[in-house]
Design a protein around this ligand. Structure first.
Ligand SMILES: [Fe+2]
Length: 437
């Protein structure tokens, strides 16, 4: 059954959604959580004499994080290999190299366990590698058609633990691995409950080495997940699928996701200045990790919307970082165009972002969310003032960007709380060229 937003179909055939669900890895959070990794591995079925692979990048090796994790595991009896060739926004070819590494070292059955240590790129490489080794064949067998064959994954494979070193993407809990296809200038995903990790270990001591600009960019991605999740459509705006397996990954907001959004927006917006100014502030780093986790629980369950839909074509065409693209797009899209969908809800967002809205009417308070978000970005001093500064995008480019958004991002646009046409997307791109002068 295909999904429609409308609930006007014959009520005897289709009825509004009444069910929602939550699937999560085991989650361990706090300063020192990474030193409990052996215990965490035991809990998900990896014993003390087994051999595992850390999937990471060279920067994290030179910063010492990889040795720290590997040495502790070896003290507890594990054997650990390291693959440190993860590519930023990994291409299909780069992930295939990781899969080949596993098969050369360990044969078709692969390692006894996997660790993804790093930002979204390391975590997504680890998720995709584990999935393909467990299910056999090649990566392209499982990538969505027409780029790949779109076969379904049926096995989860050996235990996988993710240790994020950024507070942003939410990949540590999401059921998706995003891969770039450089020859087509697009991104594709493999998406399945079998892609999701078994455990996420969030230790702020692994995030203190993240430089201020990347700290700010990844934080804006996390804030985007939280705000988009809070303001997307309700789960019961969709139709209930005949088969629960057909329920979409982005299933709409529920009381559960809203609770996490609210806490995420508060934690992220009230701590990001602190971590950008002082990367060693462990308390604020932990608050950011929790904020990003909560934002992901909300946004990656309820669903991202317009800003994320528009960010993919920008990232694909201009090779910008995902987080800074979200930063540039959020004021005009989520906090601009979408405000009309539910002003009282956006007035709440303004308050969560720290705005003083007392004495204001609902509409004025709702519009304050955008002002507050922009002034937060300006305070951080490392983010672009809009798409122009981000990538030299001009008014001449918005037609093409709007067209590829509408062509390639229906999955996200369909969930946007306010209907969007191609002309609307063009207007939002124009509005996002300059968020401040
Ligand atoms: Fe994102």
């Amino acid at each position: 059954m295909s999904y429609k937003r409308s609930v006007s179909a014959d009520p005897h055939e289709l009825s509004p959604e009444t069910v929602w669900e939550v699937q999560m890895p085991a989650i361990r959070v706090g300063a020192g959580a990474a030193s409990e990794l052996s215990y965490q591995l035991n809990q998900i079925g990896a014993g003390g004499d087994e051999r595992g692979l850390i999937i990471t990048d060279e920067d994290l090796v030179s910063l010492g994080h990889v040795d720290r994790v590997a040495e502790e595991l070896e003290e507890d009896g594990f054997d650990v290999d390291v693959f440190d060739d993860v590519e930023r926004e990994p291409s299909i070819g780069a992930v295939e190299q990781c899969i080949s590494f596993v098969r050369e070292e360990m044969g078709q059955n692969g390692y006894d366990f996997y660790l993804g240590l790093g930002g979204g790129s390391s975590m997504d490489t680890a998720k995709a590698t584990r999935a393909v080794v467990a299910n056999g064949g090649e990566l392209l067998d499982y990538v969505a058609a027409p780029t790949g064959a779109g076969e379904a994954l049926t096995e989860s494979g050996a235990p996988l633990v993710l240790l994020p070193t950024t507070a942003g993407t939410g990949s540590e809990i999401s059921p998706v691995a995003i891969l770039s296809v450089p020859e087509k200038n697009i991104k594709e995903g493999i998406s399945s409950p079998h892609v999701r990790a078994d455990a996420a270990v969030l230790d702020p001591t692994l995030t203190t080495t993240l430089p201020p600009d990347l700290t700010a960019k990844t934080a804006m991605d996390a804030l985007g997940h939280a705000i988009e999740g809070y303001t997307t459509h309700r789960y019961d705006d969709l139709l209930r699928p005949e088969d629960p397996a057909d329920r979409p990954v982005y299933a709409g907001r529920t009381g559960f996701t809203e609770m996490f959004s609210e806490k995420a927006i508060e934690l992220l917006s009230s701590n990001v200045r602190r971590v950008v100014n002082n990367g060693d502030d462990i308390e604020a780093r932990e608050a950011m990790l929790k904020g990003a986790l909560f934002g992901a629980i909300a946004g990656l369950t309820a669903g991202a919307s317009l800003a994320h839909a528009m960010a993919y074509p920008v990232g694909n065409n201009y090779h910008t970082y995902h987080g800074e693209t979200i930063a540039a797009l959020t004021p005009a899209s989520t906090l601009g165009y979408n405000v009309a969908s539910d002003p009282p809800r956006f007035a709440e967002v303004a308050k969560m972002l720290g705005a003083n809205t007392s004495g204001m009417g609902t509409r004025e308070a709702a519009e304050k969310a955008r002002d507050e978000f922009v002034s937060l970005q300006r305070d951080l001093n490392v983010l672009p003032s809009g798409l122009d500064e981000l990538a030299g995008i001009t008014a001449d480019d918005v037609g093409e960007l709007a067209e590829s958004t509408v062509e390639s991002q229906q999955r996200l646009l369909r969930c946007n709380p306010r209907p969007v046409t191609k002309e609307d997307v063009e207007d939002v791109f124009l509005d996002a060229l300059h968020n401040w002068e």
